[in-house]
Design a protein around this ligand. Sequence first.
Ligand code: DON
Length: 628
Amino acid sequence: MTNNLFLRVVILIGFSIGSVLHGSLVAASEKAILDPNARFHPVVSNSGMVVSQEMIASQVGADILSRGGNAIDAAVATGFALAVTLPRAGNIGGGGFMLVHLAAENKTIAIDYREMAPASAYKDMFLDAEGDVDNLRARFSIHSSGVPGTVAGLIHALDNYGTLSLKQVLQPAIDLARNGFAVSVDLSESLLARKQTLQNDPASKGYFYKADGSGYQPGEILAQPDLAKTLGRIADKGRAGFYQGRTADLLMAQMQRNGGLMSLQDLANYQVVERTPVCGDYRHNRVCAMPPPSSGGVHMIQMLNILEGWDLRSLGHNSAAYLHRLVESMRRAYADRSQYLGDPDFFPVPVAQLTDKKYAALLRGQIDLQHASRSEDIRPGLSQSTLGSALGSESSETTHFSTWDQWGNVVSNTYTLNFSYGSGISVAGAGFLLNNEMDDFSAKPGAPNGYGLVGGEANAIQPGKRPLSSMTPTIMFNRADEPILATGSPGGSTIITIVMQMILNIVDFDMSVAEATAAARIHHQWLPDSVFYESGISVDTLRLLREMGHQLDDKTGVLGSTQSIQRLGVESPQREEIEAPQREEIESPQRLGVESPQRPVIKSILYGTADYRRAGSGVAIQRQSPKD
Ligand code: DON
């Protein structure tokens, strides 16, 4: 950041300490957040913020912040609201991952609420008589659903790290389901696109279409009374309102109608797991993301480690030389994913080796900077160290949201039903859709799943196991160990490379979160051997990539939908770089005029950007009381 820009930020913050710190901060500050020449600008707040893929749900979260809730309260409220307003991905019948940063303890936790395979699931359950994968059964039958984790996960987060009651955070979602809300263009169109699958199931047909089978037009009201009752039972009884009693009975009745395997015991046995996030240093930052059973954190850090060895900035953003390095790093990481990644409670995932800088250096050394390698020549690579034809063609949905409160607590959450509207099967009487996450297992070694991903033993189906995921909720920290970014995305197999490009855009190219979001993205996943790219990569660059030997996919569409919050505060210098008297000034809440019931914070500004690759997303900010 230039001195000029830095000063502008300080003036905006209105801090008296700006001039005191100017000298030391400018030297260490790195980003031109408020560049007047930028084509895209983030939404700004100096209190709390919520960014999600659906604006009503963002507002629900921001209202919780305005009422004094923390980032975790807001996240849980947003998560339940999205289950109503964004039914293709928001859910209570699916699962996901939440990264929580607690400012007071300076601690980051990874909450794993991924679906679990039912106890009677078995390795070959999706193979037909010929031994081939029956994709319909794996993706659209009652067998495609894992035991849902979302309700247990959100309640776990609230019980352990929230401050409000479950009733308080659930009430907005209950009201939205009971009274209905105006259907957005996005919801109307996505229901139309999924009509065939959803209308195969009588309950889904009733819930999401009018009595004559026609769809809802934008602006018409969609009410979901059965869902409202289920949410009400959860509000009254907590976890038991979903995994036991009436909701569980309705789910069991659905299993019986469709011949499903899930039992009451499976519901009772569902477990949320708190894990240690997987973190890695990338240049001056520390990037923390979801560990296995997501492959996201491991491979994002592996790729960043490879890329760290080059001066990417000097190559130019999205130049052929830059994209070549990205593609070759992605190719190698996804080759490893196919062999080494799975549920760590069932398979010894070599996280430390895969994220080791020395291993990255070995892989980097194998990359020819002038020519593309061929995926068929690249094998999962750890053994060298001492230490499909298209992306899945299925319409896909997952959703990410980020929340940040006035005390510096941060939530980065990605959850999903897997495909858009999951299996398409709703639990009749309970009003919610069931996931088709079982397709994220490797049904047969080498056979691609819905995202073209291949796998083997590590991700084979076993009772009680969690299918391997690519979801990558991420929080990045600066050199002073303060959070500076929360981000994540949907996109199936492409999630990991999308989130990584957000990091690269911000760290290497000094982009604001708005510019980083808007920039065109690419993706490669080893198999198929294709570079997927968005519009916005120049034709000259594509020609150069082709000349290097890359095979380009020419029908990618858009990649992901990141929902991000970036923080800029008086934080860039390492704590020890600041003289002691100045440090006291920065860290004294009284002198800053900041009142905090939690850890004294260095007041900061939040920059939020909802990714408009999916219509209807939005940033909502905490209302401030007059005394603020
Ligand atoms: O867990 C996973 O990796 C997938 N089930 C995520 C699916 C997804 O992102 C679909 N969204 N576009």
